[in-house]
Ligand binder design. Structure first.
Ligand code: PMV
Length: 331
């Protein structure tokens, strides 16, 4: 018997970088999912097949043994191994597992792919051993995995992936799940340039140290935009939402986290009639998002491709992590 779990990626609509200091971040689960199939092994290996990324290997007593690809790839897979291990420890199970990982979420692009695969891993392993895990549990074990890659992340990514939907996060007050009656359409443009969130956060910190008052004013504005943006989203005021996305992008540029390629995609989307466009996530590469009317979506997607970005249409998903038992042929 094997178990399949899928979990969604995310996009930050407002509040990246400012949330590190103050004000809310507004985050949506998107209808692009990661999939993990788990199967029991009788030895104690945690075998991970990530062949669509070009590598696979196994962990045994925390050491990584590559089967395909270089040994350093163990760093990419360690989070999954930890998420699986913590889940099994919680359930008092001491065997191994095979994990087959596939994802529709671009990696290292700010779309929450690492959290989604960790969430799907914890859920699949939990279900495999009849763990009856709550979404809180799944999110918690996934977070243990996330910490291996990101240090101490805010926890937004694993929460939004486990629960789905719309979420607000603010330092101090934590995570709040919110309702959204209808979600507009967004187009995501991927610059195909990977970047490190940690380095981008560090560059903003350094800029703030050199220019404390100036940068604090920008951060305050961003916090306001984020609050206003959430109300525009919930009120279905698309024109205002688009304006606020444009303003937010300008403020992120002022913090130095935009790039020439991100600007090219943002401007291409606006030129084709997007109501608003901004970078999403840490910047320095990764993705931008454009708010579009449905009938404009394919034109905006094409404009992004002409600028050599990858593009895809996304919307909110209310569907968090889900599992399914597979019988017969296996993964
Ligand atoms: O690109 P991502 O999804 O890693 O977004 C990072 C968001 C930041 O605000 C830049 C960092 C953070 O920890 O909140």
């Amino acid at each position: 018997m094997s178990v399949e779990a899928t979990a969604p990626g995310k996009m930050i609509l407002f509040g990246e970088h400012s949330v590190v200091y103050r004000g809310p971040a507004v985050v949506l689960a998107i209808n692009r999912r990661a999939r993990v199939v788990a199967e029991r092994r009788e030895d104690r290996k945690i075998f991970i097949d990530a062949d669509d990324l070009g590598f696979s290997g196994y962990f045994l007593d925390d050491a990584y043994y590559p089967v395909r690809g270089k040994a350093w790839r163990g760093r990419n897979l360690a989070s999954l191994s930890i998420a699986a291990k913590r889940t099994m420890e919680h359930l008092g199970v001491d065997v191994g597992v095979n994990l087959v990982v596939r994802s529709m979420i671009p990696i290292a692009a700010g779309l929450g792919s690492s959290a989604a695969v960790c969430v799907a891993t914890a859920a699949a392993v939990g279900e495999l051993f009849d763990g009856n895990l709550s979404r809180e549990d799944i999110s918690k074990f996934a977070y243990e995995g996330e910490k291996v890659i990101h240090g101490t992340p805010s926890g937004v990514d694993n929460n939004v992936s486990a629960f789905g939907g719309l979420l607000k996060y603010e330092r101090g007050s934590g995570i709040e799940r919110l309702n959204l009656e209808a979600c507009p359409t967004f187009v995501v443009g991927n610059t195909r340039r990977k970047r490190s969130t940690r380095m981008m956060v560090e560059s903003v910190r350094a800029l703030r140290e050199r220019n404390p008052e100036m940068v604090d004013e920008i951060i305050d504005s961003m916090a306001n935009v984020s609050r206003e943006g959430l109300s525009a989203l919930q009120g279905g005021e698309l024109k205002r939402l688009g304006d606020l996305m444009n303003i937010n992008h300008g403020l992120l540029s002022a913090l130095g986290v935009s790039t020439l390629k991100l600007e090219a995609l943002v401007h291409a989307a606006r030129k084709e009639g997007a109501l608003g466009a901004k970078l999403t996530g840490a910047g320095g590469g990764g993705c931008m998002i454009a708010l579009v009317e449905e009938e404009r979506a394919s034109r905006v997607e094409k404009a992004i491709r002409r600028k050599r970005g990858d593009s895809m249409k996304v919307t909110l998903t209310g569907e968090g992590v889900k599992t399914r038992r597979l019988t017969g042929a296996g993964p």
